[in-house]
Design a protein around this ligand. Structure first.
Ligand code: THU
Length: 139
C-alpha cells in the first residue's frame, strides 16, 4: 500500500516524537522512546514510554500515545512516528504493531514513520504486520 502522507508531514511528526521522548519515564531501561500520531482529523497526539518498578507493567511509547489519542476520542490514525534517541532507528514491538492495527484508517491505511538515514522512512503497517487480525475479523 503506498504511503498516504508526505515527507514533510513525516518529518514534522518525527520532530514531535523526538520532543515527546524527552518526557519518557525510563529509570530501569534508560531507553527513552517517543511517539507521535496523526489522527484522521489532523490532530497530533504524542507520548513516551512509561516504566514501572514492576517491570512487566511498563508501557511502550506507542501504546501510551495510541491510548491517549483513543481516550481523547480519536478512532483512526493516518500515521505514527516512533523514535529512540539512543539508537539510530527503533521499530515498534510486536504488541504495539497489533495496537496500531486497531486504529487504522477506514480504508485500511496507516503509515509507520521511522528514522531513516536520509530523512524519515515511511512504511505501511502491512510491511510490519502482514495478515493482521483486527476489528473486522470480529464483525
Ligand atoms: N519501547 C518502546 O516504548 N517502544 C518500542 O518500540 C520499543 C521498546 C520501550 C519499552 C521499554 O520501556 C524500553 O523501550 C526498553 O525496552
Amino acid at each position: 500500500m503506498p504511503a498516504s502522507i508526505t515527507a514533510e508531514v513525516a518529518e514534522s511528526l518525527l520532530a514531535s516524537a523526538r520532543q515527546a521522548a524527552e518526557n519518557a519515564y525510563v529509570p530501569y531501561s534508560r531507553f527513552p522512546v517517543g511517539a507521535a500520531v496523526l489522527t484522521s482529523d489532523g490532530s497530533i497526539v504524542t507520548g513516551a514510554n512509561v516504566e514501572n518498578a514492576s517491570y512487566p507493567l511498563s508501557v511502550c511509547a506507542e501504546r501510551v500515545t495510541l491510548g491517549t489519542a483513543a481516550a481523547a476520542g480519536h478512532r483512526h490514525i493516518r500515521a505514527i512516528a516512533v523514535t529512540a534517541p539512543r539508537v539510530a532507528v527503533v521499530t515498534p514491538c510486536g504488541g504495539c504493531r497489533q495496537v496500531i492495527n486497531e486504529f487504522r484508517m477506514p480504508d485500511g491505511t496507516v503509515d509507520v514513520i521511522l528514522e531513516g538515514e536520509h530523512g524519515p522512512e515511511i512504511l505501511s503497517l502491512d510491511d510490519l504486520l502482514p495478515r493482521a487480525f483486527g476489528p473486522r475479523d470480529l464483525e
